[in-house]
Design a protein around this ligand. Structure first.
Ligand code: GLN
Length: 280
């Protein structure tokens, strides 16, 4: 069948199945099967798919119609302009998290420094920052060994060699301190957040999404424990939910951080809170 016909059919099937991005999903899945980019697809829509391509595409469309995230079906997602391998052991990198990257970069002088990314998942944040700051050394930690091997594969693919990925429970296995910047996108949803039953989130690992105390327990732990790991004058930057900024900043103040502020995401929601630690 002609590629443009296949696409139109798939887009309408995915729209019926409730995908908010049906046409784009269909294009990305077809590109994945054909090994081409979307520009190619726009030019060559009048070509035909062979039977095997069509069968593989239809299987992916069926899985997408059943709700599976496109990023798990293709095994890839772009973040900060970097193509990253993704998989069901980690969250799919989100555009909101680019707010965390921007806020951190603004506090990372070009010459050199030491960065720690906790709960690194695919390695998205650490790799984005390391790619922008070749003079920095970064450590990325995740509890899940599968996430860590994914992050290592991402670093290798991108040729980024200034990040050291390791398995660990937050700071537990970490010997170093004196980081100039610590970043984290920890789990921060409450266990009854209705968001958990919708869209891609249903397929993502709960452990990467949900935290105790209405989603605040890991954020609180990171505020508290980062003080021992920051260099004097170092920054802690935490992603959080749109309604958690007040609580996180209160914790930062109570723990003695200074210059406490917040950054908003592209939708205008409070998304990242940060503060600076100065040793007495
Ligand atoms: N921002 C994510 C969401 O709303 C939650 C990610 C997280 O808990 N770190 O799905």
């Amino acid at each position: 069948m002609r590629l443009d016909m296949l696409l139109a059919q798939a887009a309408s099937r995915l729209a019926d199945a409730g995908s908010p991005s049906a046409r784009l999903d269909a294009e990305v899945l077809l590109c994945h099967v054909l090994g081409v980019d979307r520009t190619w697809l726009y030019t060559w829509g009048d070509r035909n798919a062979d039977t095997s391509e069509q069968a593989r595409f239809e299987a992916l469309v069926a899985a997408r119609a059943a709700g599976h995230p496109v990023a798990y079906l293709t095994g890839e997602r772009e973040f900060w302009g970097l193509p990253l391998f993704t998989g069901p052991s980690t969250l799919i990198p989100r555009p909101d998290t680019e707010t965390l990257v921007e806020a951190a970069l603004a506090r990372m002088p070009a010459r050199a420094g030491r960065l720690l990314d906790l709960g690194t998942g695919t390695g998205a944040v650490a790799l984005a920052l390391a790619s922008e700051r070749s003079g920095w050394r970064a450590v990325g930690i995740d509890l899940n060994p599968e996430a860590v091997s994914l992050a290592i594969r991402n670093a290798e693919r991108l040729g980024i060699d200034n990040v050291d990925f390791r398995v660990g429970d937050w700071f537990a296995a970490l010997e170093e301190s004196d980081f100039d910047v610590i970043v984290a996108n920890p789990p921060y949803l409450a266990d009854d957040d209705p968001h958990l039953d919708r869209g891609d989130v249903r397929f993502e690992p709960r452990g990467a999404l949900v935290a105790r105390e209405r989603g605040l327990s890991d954020l609180y732990h990171l505020v508290d424990a980062s003080r021992e790991r920051l260099a004097s004058g170092g920054w802690l930057l935490l992603e959080h939910g749109a309604d958690q900024g007040g609580a996180v900043r209160e914790a930062l103040h109570a723990s003695g951080y200074q210059d406490v502020t917040c950054e908003r995401d592209l939708s205008g929601h409070e998304r990242v809170s940060l503060g600076r630690w100065t040793k007495a």
